[in-house]
Each structure stands twice: as C-alpha cells, then as structure tokens.
Design a protein around this ligand. Structure first.
Ligand SMILES: *Cc1c(COP(=O)(O)O)cnc(C)c1O
Length: 399
C-alpha cells in the first residue's frame, strides 16, 4: 500500500487503526496455491485465529479457501461469514468433549489431539469420521538441527501412541479420515518440514480410510530485514513429489491440506498510530503513541520485531527512538530503533500487523479497541467500527 493511502486512512478513520490490504492477502493465497498446483485436491484452511474479522473471512470464502478453527466461537463466525460446515475444520486443544460434540454435530470436520477424548468420542459417535492430530516430535532447532523435541508438548497425540489409537479405532469401530500435524515452529529449513512430513506419511500408512493429510502450518514471513520467508515454491515442488508418490503407495487419491494464518495475512496488515508525545531523557528519546499492548501485544509477548515507519516524515533524518505505548506499565514496541525523525502528531505505521494483532487485542486500561479497514480495489471498507463507551459498559452490572 502507498504511504499516501495509509495517511489518508489515518486521517479519515482516525487512529489507532488497523488496515488490511486485500490484494496482498490474495497474492499470498495465490502463491501458496500455485506452489501446489500439481496437487489434484488441495485444501487451504485459513487459520481464523490470526485475524478473525468476518469481512476478512468472507474475502477468504470468495477466494475459495476453507477455514481452520480452534474454538466453537470461531466456527460460528465462519458459518456467519458464509462457510458451509464441510468447509471448516475444528482443531482445538484442551477443549471439552461437549464442545467437540457440538461442533461435530454441526457437520464440521473435527480433529482430535488426545487419546482420552478420542476414545470417548469414538464410543459415543462411531459413525462420525475424525481426524487425529499427531505430534511428530520434530522441532526445528537454531538452523539445521533436527531434534526429537518436546516429548511432553501439550499438542497432538505422540507418534509413539499410534498403537493405542489403532486399538481405540478397533474397539469403537470409529473411522479416522485424516491425519494432521502442526508443529507450530517456523519453517526455516524445508528439509526439517519434509522430515516431519515423512513421519506423517509413516503414521498415515496405518490408517486405511484416510481422505486427507493435513500438514498444518509454520510458514514463515519476514518481519525485519534479514528475515527469510519460507521458500514455498521449493516446498511445493518437493512435497508434491513425495505426496504423489505416497498416494500411489496408499492406493488412493487424497486431499493435501494446509492451515496457514500468518503466511496469508501478516504482511497484509498495517497498524497506524499517532505520536502523542516525544520525550527526551538523558539517554533515550521516547516516542509515545496513542496505543499500547492492549492493541498490539506481539512485541511485548513474543519479542516480535515489527518494523515501524514514520509515514509523516519519510525523508526525515534517521534518529534512534524507543517507541512506547500509553499503558500504565512497561509497554515497549521497539528499543532504540532507527526511525525517520518523529514529531508529535506524526503517524507511525507498524508492519506485519495482519496476524495475531487485532485478534489478540484487549480493553486493558479501559481503552477502546481500534477500528479495522479493508483496502479492497483501491477503496477503504470499514469492517469494524471503533469501540465506544457503550462497548465498555456492555455486560457490566451496577450495584
Ligand atoms: C495457529 C494455528 C495455525 C496457524 O499458524 P500460523 O503460524 O499462523 O500459520 C495452524 N494450525 C493450528 C492448529 C493452529 O493452532
């Protein structure tokens, strides 16, 4: 998006403001789709939790995506946005049997990641096919290390417990129609991902009624200079080859599924905030903005480095700033970061603000959540109004 467009939006919709570039979402979606164009049945399940605005979900629906959900509320949002139950997969962790049953009875594909619920579900509903989430115990280390990690991760059914899964299947007569993995780590090295995939294939061989293999996500996008993006084209080539070979061995066509969040929406997002105060101390220049970790928590929560640009003074001399929020505890977006000279009233733009930004926002310090705008066909569409005082009062009861 052009700087002038972003400034125009900050002016028209006020700050703080989230802006999403629909073109960029489409671009990323196409890139992934094209990388796997040789796969007959490819299913891209957008991970709703990254950015769950229903207009964004509608946009995904229009592009032909399906969705991946982690709560019954995300399922309801998906249905509301127009997805059919069969276009939704439910991949929760640690939720109750009741919630899983409720979602399954809507006709949504469920994915179970522990033996206890699998057995209870299979006993009660043997006719509803279930996908299982396995834990391949593969972690991408610093660079090339492939380590058998996290034997006690809370996610997935350990591959060492597959014999137990098979016993449950036999006893309950339930059907396993999909195998899934999502290691959660960034794919820096494609070989590590392929290594984990081998474990998925190996596990898959033991189930006779599969319809799909779900390779989860972990696609990485660059946040700062020097960061790499997962090489989707190379992954596409290598995994496609292996997948086609597996289909032959398995003796049946299967669907290949992915469930990216970050890859599809991260770079499409821009968070715009206004500088309230520039504060010079003896050693540091603080730029205090009209927002805080209530609106964008990734820098504080994960140490994420979002690039920050001063849209109001793009040619200004670069100086070092510590960009902070207005929350009454430490909320630092960036430490001693080189940014074009900042004056009070300037508009700062945070990059990579599409994924896990608005969706993790809160009302801490009793602030309103920002508005959201979708930039579609060179025009702004307001897709969420800024909150107001009524929103803060909603659901509260006076003495
Ligand atoms: C969060 C999540 C994703 C999306 O991960 P990204 O890193 O945003 O691509 C995919 N699958 C599951 C099960 C998840 O919990």
């Amino acid at each position: 998006m052009k700087t002038s467009d972003l400034l125009y939006l900050a002016d028209n919709f006020a700050t703080p403001l989230y802006v999403y570039d629909a073109n960029k979402i489409q671009f990323q979606y196409n890139k992934l789709k094209n990388a796997f164009s040789k796969i007959e049945y490819l299913r891209i399940n957008y991970a709703v939790k990254a950015l769950s605005n229903i207009a964004v979900l509608q946009f995904f629906k229009k592009m032909g995506a399906n969705i991946d959900t982690v709560s019954i509320q995300e399922v309801l949002l998906g249905l509301h946005a127009g997805f059919e139950p069969h276009e939704i997969i439910f991949t929760p962790n640690g939720v109750s049997l009741e919630e899983i049953e409720e979602v399954a009875l809507m006709g949504v594909q469920i994915n179970i990641d522990n033996l206890s619920i699998l057995e209870q579900f299979g006993t009660k509903h043997p006719s509803i096919p279930v996908c299982i989430r396995i834990n391949p115990h593969v972690m991408a280390g610093g660079n090339q290390n492939i380590s058998v990690g996290h034997i006690d991760s809370k996610f997935g059914i350990s591959i060492y417990q597959i014999p137990h899964v098979l016993r449950i299947v036999e006893n309950t007569k339930m059907t396993i129609n999909g195998i899934h993995m999502h290691t959660g780590s960034d794919i820096l090295d494609i070989e590590v991902f392929l290594y984990a995939s081998e474990i998925l294939f190996e596990s898959a061989k033991q189930f006779k009624n599969l319809e799909f293999l779900d390779f989860g996500s972990g696609f990485k996008v660059p946040y700062k200079k020097g960061d790499i993006e997962t090489n989707i084209e190379e992954l596409g080539k290598k995994l496609t080859k292996r997948f086609l070979q597996f289909e032959k061995e398995y003796g049946k066509s299967l669907t290949l599924a992915f469930e990216p969040g970050k890859f599809l929406v991260s770079e499409a997002g821009f968070f715009l905030a206004k500088v309230n105060v520039v504060k010079q101390t003896t050693s540091t220049v603080f730029a205090g903005i009209d927002s805080g970790f209530n609106h964008l928590i990734r820098p504080m929560f994960y140490g994420a480095e979002h690039q920050i640009e001063n849209l109001s003074n793009p040619k200004g001399k670069e100086r070092f700033y510590t960009v902070v929020g207005y929350i009454c505890e430490t909320d630092t977006f960036a430490n001693n970061r080189k940014i074009n000279e900042i004056k009070e009233g300037d508009i700062l733009c945070f990059k990579n603000a599409g994924a896990y930004c608005f969706s993790m926002s809160s009302n801490y310090n009793s602030r309103y959540k920002p508005a959201e705008v979708l930039w579609l066909d060179e025009k702004p569409l307001l897709i969420r109004t800024r909150e107001n005082f009524d929103d803060l009062l909603k659901n509260q009861i006076m003495l």
